[in-house]
Design a protein around this ligand. Structure first.
Ligand code: NAI
Length: 330
């Protein structure tokens, strides 16, 4: 099988090339450019393309891939909200993904963001480098004996709940299903979680039912001085309402690994550009907001697991042996 990789970073190439010898019959060509209607024709002559979380797999791109004879889309990520599933289905394309690679990687990043905004690490790092050893403005609060509210208790949310429990926090959970592994957590309705939590962390997928889950109404229901963390998907939070909430001093801090306008930014060095994204710029202007660029997954362990599952999916497509959770129902 010949696979064309789009949007390849040096660390992707390194990790996949390390595992490739264990998957005979698979050949990969790596492209730095991401997929779009203009770059999709490069896939002619390949059996599959491999893309990532913010790749453009909308109708126009799939139309071109179909004309090039591509029937297999290998996603080296969990999410697939960037794919036009209806068009993929109409063209009989198979979409395979990596449903879970290292939930702990993302959960640990969520904790890192929560601790960093709580203890103002982003400010103290800069201050001390400039010989400013004053503590003014750096006071945080103990997580110990406070309440963590976890929204979505699947693989990542469960890992986050366990970390919060390890900090000695009381853990509240909200999900459409209860995770039997989380005996220490109390499942409550969303309103109770919002009203009682000192730390709220989002771990549910982006779907119609969760789009803008955090909005003016839900923010109003939160405790004053809450810390809000989003490592899931930007669309879970209505950014304009978040900004109003930050201005109204609702939040002690906000940590975002994902945000609504991230698509053009994710994994790109745009440091020489004048950015026209006013919403992101406004978010960055607040002293109690930390934004990272979708790096929750980015650990050695997670990258190796992603490469292993993606290559196994490619093999499985040929042998008809694919775990059902890896198949995206289009
Ligand atoms: P999962 O599928 O194991 O868990 C998602 C949970 O959300 C499930 O328990 C599900 O029942 C729950 N859920 C569904 N609808 C809900 C609703 N309306 N309200 C509350 N809960 C609801 O997924 P996993 O692996 O834990 O990933 C969670 C999300 O994390 C992904 O959807 C993805 O958006 C994000 N993610 C972010 C990464 C990053 O680098 N920042 C990397 C990987 C995933």
């Amino acid at each position: 099988m010949k696979i064309l990789f789009y949007d390849t970073k040096p660390y992707d190439k390194e990790t996949f090339e390390k595992l490739l010898p264990g998957f005979s019959g698979i050949a990969i060509d790596f492209l730095k450019t991401d997929i779009s209607p203009r770059t999709a024709p490069l896939a002619r002559g390949y059996d599959a393309i491999c893309a990532f979380v913010s790749s453009n797999l909308g109708k126009d791109t799939l139309d071109v891939l179909h004309k090039c004879g591509i029937r297999l889309l290998l996603m080296r990520c969990a999410g697939f909200n960037n794919i036009d599933l209806k068009t993929a289905k109409d063209y009989g394309m198979t979409i395979l993904r990596v449903p879970g690679y290292s939930p702990e990687a993302v959960a640990e990043h969520a904790i890192a963001l929560a601790l960093a905004v709580n203890r103002h690490l982003h400010k103290s790092y800069i201050k001390v480098r400039e010989n400013n050893f004053s503590l003014v403005g750096l006071m945080g609060f103990n997580f110990y004996q406070k309440t963590a509210g976890i929204i979505g208790t699947g693989k990542i949310g469960a890992a986050m709940a366990k970390l919060c429990h390890g900090f000695g926090m009381n853990v509240l959970a909200y999900d459409v299903y209860q995770n039997p592994d989380l005996g220490f957590a109390s499942y409550v309705d969303l309103d109770e979680l919002l009203a009682s939590s000192d730390l709220i962390s989002l771990h549910c997928p982006l779907m119609d039912s969760t789009y803008h889950l955090i909005n003016k109404d839900t923010i109003e229901k939160m405790k004053d001085g809450v810390i809000l963390i989003n490592t899931s998907r930007g669309g879970l939070i209505k950014t304009e309402d978040l900004i109003l909430g930050i201005r109204a001093r609702k939040f002690f801090g906000v940590g975002l690994d994902v945000y609504e306008e991230e698509t053009k930014n994710v994994f790109e060095d745009r440091s020489d550009e004048i950015l026209e994204h006013s919403t992101t710029a406004r978010l960055l202007s607040f002293p109690n907001v930390i934004i990272t660029s979708h790096q929750g997954f980015f650990t050695q362990e997670a990258l190796e697991a992603i490469a292993d599952t993606t290559l196994s999916n490619a093999k499985g497509y040929e042998t008809g042996n694919i775990p059902s959770g890896n198949i995206v129902d289009s």
